[in-house]
Structure formats: structure tokens, C-alpha cells
Design a protein around this ligand. Structure first.
Ligand code: CMC
Length: 432
């Protein structure tokens, strides 16, 4: 068995132990420190978890040096070209591709669970029209748990399938309803004859006044976008879902937490911020180099949104596929978005600039996705909602994997305390 010897010398008191070495199927090497504190009385400090594996997982593989992303072993490029979001959801959650019968049964179930309880429709009335749809999305997902009390017991594996199906189907309805609410249009009920992505388009863009034609190429590109977002191993929101779930919170509550974690501009909220940034650059004279100078001035606090990644250090394979899809969508729709042109110049200038080259900063999934969403007619504040919809099967798969692992314990990091040592309480009349 592989092992690593760790020796700790604290004021001359030397203690050592052999740490087991774990090697993953893609040769990732990890030191198993589970018994470190117990044996040596020390912990490891790793803020932001850059060097910490929180679990073993068989769902998604990323090689950040080579730009590889695979779900259950299958490259993202193949899934993007040949699969659908529904099939990828099955793959992530169940661990393998479905056969014909399994896929049609799975799609049928997703179709049958698309409605939300009529009482939930009234919840939307309580929000101001200006409410950010991510706020509505997370609240509504948590509220689903009040309609399905059987799902409250996270240890009840028998209800997992139906709960996951409900979530996958209803998140799309809730997303569309939150959009309709924000623009003051009537909610559009799902139509059972439509596929998952076609139904999303219908609920978002149709009105009761006239039929809304659904274009197969647009359905294909929505499938692609959702597939590209479907999982990304132990990122911020997924780790949140696992951490909340490790306390045995139910699936709805765990996913609602993941939605909140995704909202931040350093994570899924970046897709909305990219558009705001591009619009600002254009408004200020469309000078991309001037903007990059601002980014490089550390005092400014300005980041190049849609650039950089904790894991990808050469390119983000999702960004490559999205960039080419953006070109196709815009030419198909006959749109000429000036922001796309600014984005391309910005990318080109950044990739030549030593600040970004030296730090190995490349466009990530969020850099071009907003351009496509805009072209398709989605409002900017809906972009992160679409990210959440895409990421949902990954969150569910990770929650399930964690719950099925008998070694799972509640997630509970330690800390290195740096505050006061013991102090006596000072009565208020003796304080300065
Ligand atoms: N613009 C300017 N400088 C950057 C950027 C950026 N977008 N990203 C990283 N840097 C700098 C950073 O300041 C640091 O410089 P230095 O070493 O001189 O202090 C260096 O590059 C390393 O960055 P880091 O902050 O240590 O990287 P991280 O792994 O902690 O953060 C990140 C990753 C994605 C949060 C960060 O790159 C970022 O804020 N990017 C912009 C927001 C964004 O696009 N987020 C979407 C991420 S992909 C989709 C998703 O998973 O949600």
C-alpha cells in the first residue's frame, strides 16, 4: 500500500505517522488525513479548500491542465453534440446512459410532474416585480418541501426518485413563472407534448394571445447550454449542497442552499455580470485596453468577469463550445450583437496580456453564455437561473452519492483559533 510519512516537530516533541495514499482512477493522488488530529494532535489549514478533497466521487472528472471535462467518463464534447439534457440528467444521477425504454419512461415522468401546486402560484404575488429571480427560485425550491412532507426525511431512499423527478421538472416551471412575474405577463402552463427544453421556451416566451413557434435549432442550443452546466464536481454550490445535505437536510432544502451559493458573482452570477461589464465597456467608449488597465490596477478591485478558474489553467472546454454556439445562434437569428464583438476583442486583448497569461486566466463558461441567452431573448437577470436549471442534475447526483456512501458524516471543518485567550467578563460600569 502507498503511504506518506508525516513528521511534526513541536518544540522538540517529534511525532510521526504514516498517511495512507489514495489514488483515483485518473491518477489523482491524495493523502488521507482522516486520522491526523487523533494521532498527531494537529489539523491542516486550507482556506478556500484549494488542496482539500472533501469526498471521493465517481460522477465528474476534470483535468484543468488539459481542459478535460467528463460526466461518468463521457467527454463533454460528445454529450454536447449527441445527447439531450434529459439524458445527461439520467446519466449523472443514475451513473450510466439509459436504454431506449428507460429514457422514454424518464422523460414521461418529467413531463407528468411539471405543474406546481396551484397554491404555490400565489406565492409569486408576494414578491415585488423587481425581485431578482434567483431570490424567488431558492425560496420556491425550499417551499416545495412543504408540499411533499414525505421528502423531509433525507434518509428515506424510497422517495428519492420521485423527489428528484419533481425537482427537475418543477424547477423549470418555477424559473419560467418567476420570469413571467417580473415582466407582468400571465403564467404559461407547461404543455405535455413538448420536450423538456421546448417546454422551457414555451413557458418563458409564449403568451395566451398567440401561438409561439418553437425552433428546433434553438431547442438544441438550450440543450447544449444546460448540458455544459450540468455538473462540475466539488465547486462552491455543489459543496454547499453536500454540506447542507450532510446534516441530513432534505433534497429540496439542500438544493435551495446550492441555488443561493450559485448566485454570487464569483460563481454562477458571473454570467449576468459579464453582460453588465461588456455594456459598461461600450458605454465608456468601447476601449477594451483601457478596461484591462483598470482590471490590472489592483486598487480598482475590478475583475475581468467570465475569466479565470480555480481548476482550469489552460482553457475551459465549456467556453470553447459556447463560443462556437454563440456565433451560430447569432447568425441563425440574424442578430448582430455589438456585445459579442466587444467580448471577442476583450478576450483577444486579455489573452495577449502578460497579467492574464502569467496567471493562466482564460475565458470560462460564463464569458460567452450570456451573449447566447440575450440572443434567445432571456432577460439578463435570468441568466443565473438558467445556470441553476442546468446544474440541478449535478447537485442531485452529488447529494445522492453522498447519501449512499456509508462513510458519510456531517461536514464540519475545524479552525485555527486566533482570538483572545480567556478573559473575565467586565461589568458595564467598568468598561471604557
Ligand atoms: N480578473 C482579474 N484578475 C483575476 C481574475 C479575473 N477574472 N481571476 C483571477 N485573477 C487573479 C487574482 O487576482 C490572482 O492574482 P494574484 O495572484 O496577483 O493575487 C490570480 O489571478 C489568481 O486568482 P485567484 O483569485 O487566486 O483564483 P481563484 O481560484 O481563487 O478564483 C475565480 C477563481 C473564478 C473566482 C476568479 O478567477 C474570478 O473571480 N473570476 C471572475 C468571476 C468569474 O468569471 N466567475 C465564474 C467562474 S466559472 C463558472 C462557475 O464555476 O461558476
Amino acid at each position: 500500500m502507498n503511504s506518506a510519512k508525516l513528521t511534526v516537530n513541536l518544540g522538540g516533541d517529534e511525532k510521526s505517522m504514516d498517511l495512507p495514499v489514495l489514488i483515483g482512477t485518473e491518477a489523482e493522488v491524495a493523502l488521507d488525513i482522516r486520522n491526523l488530529r487523533q494521532q498527531l494532535g494537529v489539523i491542516v489549514l486550507d482556506p478556500a479548500y484549494g488542496n482539500t478533497g472533501s469526498c471521493t466521487s465517481a460522477i465528474t472528472y476534470i483535468d484543468g491542465e488539459k481542459g478535460i471535462l467528463r460526466y461518468r467518463g463521457i467527454p463533454i464534447e460528445q454529450l454536447g453534440e449527441k445527447s439531450t439534457f434529459v439524458e445527461v440528467s439520467y446519466l449523472l444521477i443514475n451513473g450510466r446512459l439509459p436504454n431506449k425504454h428507460e429514457l422514454s419512461e424518464y422523460s414521461r415522468k418529467l413531463t407528468m410532474h411539471s405543474l406546481i401546486h396551484e397554491d404555490m402560484k400565489h406565492f409569486f404575488d408576494g414578491y415585488p416585480a423587481t425581485a431578482h429571480p434567483m431570490a424567488i427560485l431558492s425560496a420556491m425550491v425550499c417551499s416545495l418541501s412543504s408540499f411533499y412532507p414525505e421528502a423531509l426525511d433525507a434518509t428515506n431512499t424510497e422517495v428519492f426518485d420521485i423527489t428528484a423527478t419533481r425537482l427537475l421538472s418543477k424547477l423549470r416551471t418555477i424559473a419560467a413563472f418567476s420570469y413571467k412575474k417580473s415582466i407582468g405577463q400571465p403564467f404559461m402552463y407547461p404543455k405535455n407534448e413538448l420536450s423538456y427544453c421546448a417546454n422551457l421556451i414555451h413557458m418563458m416566451f409564449a403568451t395566451p394571445c398567440e401561438p409561439y413557434p418553437i425552433d428546433d435549432d434553438i431547442v438544441k442550443v438550450i440543450n447544449l447550454l444546460l448540458i455544459l452546466h450540468a455538473d462540475h464536481e466539488q465547486n462552491c454550490s455543489t459543496s454547499t449542497v453536500r454540506l447542507v445535505g450532510s446534516g441530513q437536510a432534505n433534497l429540496f432544502a439542500s438544493i435551495a442552499s446550492g441555488i443561493c451559493a450559485l448566485w454570487g458573482p464569483r460563481h454562477g452570477g458571473a454570467n449576468q455580470e459579464v453582460i453588465t461589464m461588456l455594456a459598461q465597456i461600450r458605454k465608456n467608449g468601447d476601449d477594451v485596453n483601457k478596461f484591462l488597465t483598470l482590471v490590472k490596477d489592483r486598487q480598482s478591485g475590478v475583475k475581468l468577469m467570465g475569466f479565470g478558474h480555480r481548476v482550469y489553467k489552460n482553457f475551459d472546454p465549456r467556453a470553447v463550445l459556447i463560443k462556437s454556439a454563440a456565433d451560430k445562434v447569432l447568425s441563425k437569428l440574424g442578430r448582430n450583437d455589438p456585445l459579442l464583438e466587444t467580448a471577442k476583442r476583450l478576450e483577444e486583448a486579455a489573452l495577449k496580456d502578460s497579467y492574464f497569461v502569467d496567471r493562466r486566466l482564460y475565458p470560462n463558461v460564463d464569458f460567452y453564455s450570456g451573449i447566447i441567452y440575450r440572443a434567445l431573448g432571456f432577460a439578463t437577470n435570468m441568466f443565473t437561473v438558467l445556470f441553476a436549471l442546468g446544474r440541478l442534475p449535478g447537485w442531485i447526483a452529488q447529494w445522492k452519492e453522498m447519501n449512499e456512501d456509508p462513510s458519510t458524516r456531517i461536514g464540519r471543518p475545524r479552525q485555527v483559533y486566533t482570538g483572545n485567550t480567556a478573559l473575565d467578563y467586565t461589568p458595564i460600569d467598568q468598561r471604557e
